[in-house]
Design a protein around this ligand. Sequence first.
Ligand code: ATP
Length: 429
Amino acid sequence: MEINLMEKIVSLCKRRGFIFPSSQIYGGINGFWDFGPLGVLLKNNIKELWWREMVLKNDNIYGLDSTIIHNPKVWQASGHTTFFTDPLRECKKCHQRFRADKLTKTQCPECNGELTAVKQFNLMFATHVGPTQDSANSAYLRPETCQGIFINFRSVVDTFHPKMPFGIAQIGKGFRNEITTGNFIFRDREFEMMELEYFVRPGEDENEFENWKEKRLNWHLKLGIKKEKLRFCEHPKESLAHYSKRTVDIEYHYPFGWSELEGIANRTDFDLKNHAKHSKQNLFYKDDEGKEFYPFVIEPSVGVERLTLAILADAYYEDSQRICLRLKPILAPYKIAVFPLLANKPELKTKAREIYETLKKNFSVIWDDIGNIGKRYRRQDEIGTPWCVTYDFESIENNTVTVRDRDSMKQVRIEIGKLVDYFSKEIYE
Ligand code: ATP
């Protein structure tokens, strides 16, 4: 039944313009997805809410937008050229490749053929910078955004002189040449990450780690994700990434089971120390007493696509009458749909259009005058529009419109002049 839910979400996303397979006219490309007109609205809302929560709300957190390609020495210093690998086994018969740690049998799951021994496969996409293609010009597409933060640490400290603790946050593309992709947008080869590096005094790291765990879980709850679908999962010591002292995932119960939504890692002083060593630059933080030290780093890191999938799965609702995305209004691609009761009555259409134009100055709004009102409601329910405003014959008499609520399907009459206030309160409550 849950698998069925996944199919329904994929189909809704395609049918209504949320998410399309990338390069579809050429048969697609595995692990790449394009966000359509509605998908990009939803995704932008998610990113904006994260930015507001992490950067705008905090005096001590700074934003950054670094490049996707760094000097390749960055990835040597960070350990990625050696350690950013997944274990791989290949079928000797059909040559399909699998992530060894995800295999449940010792034979090929596709054709039962014999599998090779485990090899370590580096997940970074390599490319070349400039017109010659030799090893001296090779570079990588970043597999995580945080190295851009570490290599700008000195510049941010020197320009803003932040006091401990402080953070640097970034949203941007990441690329991983995953051995196997799948589960729709859950595991992609190109995706967006929202990452905070929070610099703290050594010794205060464990406390701060606990703070961020709670803060991040609460943020997901604030987005409207159901509490029972979220849980923490502690990484066992033996499976920690090479830089991590402790990692706790926030897992979501996706239609295919519990899986990582966000990772919170204690990266210690690993990255700053190694960049200082490899770059021979001073990356110490100097406090007011003149004491110099490498801060420890707490990193909450979440993928936009994984969060989008969790939000869609969580909001999906269906009964015999309709399909509905019960998105929090703040996340909905369109907050309001505006209709004239009848499309062929100019006295209704002109006025409805005026309301549409006014609301559009304040909110993301959609116009619809096709088909009957019931069909229009269904169409809006399916894309998660929280309210539908209809200008009808009574509107001509008393300057009110009906406002129909997506979840309760109840209708109330509201004065046209009060609509902006009404929706502002409802959306930003
Ligand atoms: P997994 O164990 O699922 O491969 P990971 O532990 O390698 O994930 P992190 O390195 O912790 O992932 O990445 C931080 C976040 O980035 C993840 O919590 C996830 O939201 C997102 N992310 C990582 N890899 C992918 C991917 N291939 N596609 C989409 N999102 C991803």
